[in-house]
Design a protein around this ligand. Structure first.
Ligand code: SF4
Length: 363
């Protein structure tokens, strides 16, 4: 296992793993492995790994970029909050730039809405404390890594009796979307590179159903180029020997059980709920709703959000990119009208988006 930070940047070791990988797959049919998570996508591009891999090892980007998978209707709901004069909308930076049906949160801000970027959810609680006469709505996005921090913010607000803070939860869960991808037959996959950081919370056992039930190799992998190389090599070995197990490459951060304190916090504040994903539709049990015990902190219950009629941009192919069905250059807008400065879809907006990564790291 790769245990010491120095080794991660060891070009000699990388070359050895690559050579072995090349020999192992020589003459084999191409294998398609999905890096589910946007952090992996960016790491793969930044390191140039994609171009070094043998022809038979192909990486497919998946739906693990929280900004990208946020459905149009949820962006429009966030904008509905921003248009209410009593509301201060808070969220993480990238989400503010995602275009909804008519505008983005940033455009709403330029028209006078009170929209504030925060780096952590507790900052939104602080804003609520500082503005007792306003309603502060935090748009909660992110997977199992981020959701516990938002749960902690809700618990903090409840403990301190802060009654003008609420969360609009569009959090998502990773294992249910992996199952949904495998249930749709549009994709040919031979294994998953599972993200180290999400798995530190949920534990590697969370992928057992995917591995056993779908016969799909899963390797929990860190984010250094060498981690990814080793993870891919473990996937290839599983595939060649006909195994479909959950394995942990990222042993320095991940256990089978995960982080019980974070899980307990999630369990206390949230419950699994159906959630709408961009490009994938509604997936049962793939989101997190705020439990009724904390209903006062649930923006979806605190406000009567009207029915939203979404007008999707028909030219943006983000949905297909997120399902791994097309690569960004196959979108007719890519590089032409859709660029990081003028994004037409969230996959270009987000720092973890596949279109943004292609734009920055390929020519
Ligand atoms: Fe959407 Fe732009 Fe990506 Fe095309 S290049 S799929 S328009 S984000």
């Amino acid at each position: 296992a790769l245990r010491y930070v120095d080794e991660f940047r060891d070009g000699g070791l990388a070359a050895k793993i690559l050579l072995r990988l090349k020999k192992t797959v020589h003459g084999l049919e191409p294998m398609h492995f999905m890096e589910i998570c946007g952090t992996h996508t960016v790491a793969v591009f930044r390191s140039g790994l994609r171009d070094m891999l043998p022809e038979a090892v192909r990486l497919v980007s998946g739906p693990g970029c929280p900004v990208c998978v946020t459905a149009d209707e949820d962006i429009d709901r966030a904008i509905w909050f921003a248009r209410r004069p009593e509301v201060i909308v808070t969220s993480f930076g990238d989400l503010l730039r995602v275009p909804g049906s008519e505008s983005s949160l940033l455009e709403e801000r330029s028209r006078g809405a009170d929209v504030r970027m925060v780096y952590a959810s507790y900052e939104a609680v602080k804003i609520a404390q500082d503005h007792p006469d306003r309603e502060v709505v935090f748009i909660g996005i992110g997977f199992e890594t981020t959701a516990p921090t938002v749960a902690a913010a809700i618990r903090q607000a409840a403990a301190q009796g802060i009654d003008n803070f609420s969360v609009f939860s569009v959090h998502k869960l990773l294992p249910p979307v992996m199952r949904a991808l495998l249930d749709s037959d549009s994709l040919r996959l031979d294994g998953f590179l599972c993200p180290g950081h999400v798995t530190t919370v949920i534990g590697a056992r969370a992928y057992e159903e995917v591995a056993r039930g779908y016969g799909m190799p899963c390797v929990v992998t860190g984010f250094e180029p060498l981690d990814i190389l080793q993870g891919l090599s473990m996937l290839v070995d599983q595939k060649r020997s006909g195994r479909h197990d959950v394995e942990i490459q990222y042993r320095r951060g991940v256990t089978w059980e995960g982080n019980p304190a974070a899980q307990k916090l999630l369990e206390e504040i949230f419950e699994p709920a159906d959630a709408a994903w961009r490009g994938l539709g509604s997936i049962p049990g793939s989101g997190l709703a705020i439990r009724s015990a904390y209903a006062d902190y649930d923006a979806a219950r605190r406000f009567s959000i009207p029915e939203i009629r979404v007008r999707e941009n028909p030219a943006c192919r983000c949905g297909d990119v997120l399902r791994g069905v097309i690569r960004p250059p196959e979108c007719p807008l890519f590089r032409k009208v859709c660029r990081p400065q003028t994004p037409k879809g969230p996959c270009m907006v987000s720092s973890e988006g596949t279109c943004g990564a292609y734009y920055r790291y390929t020519s």
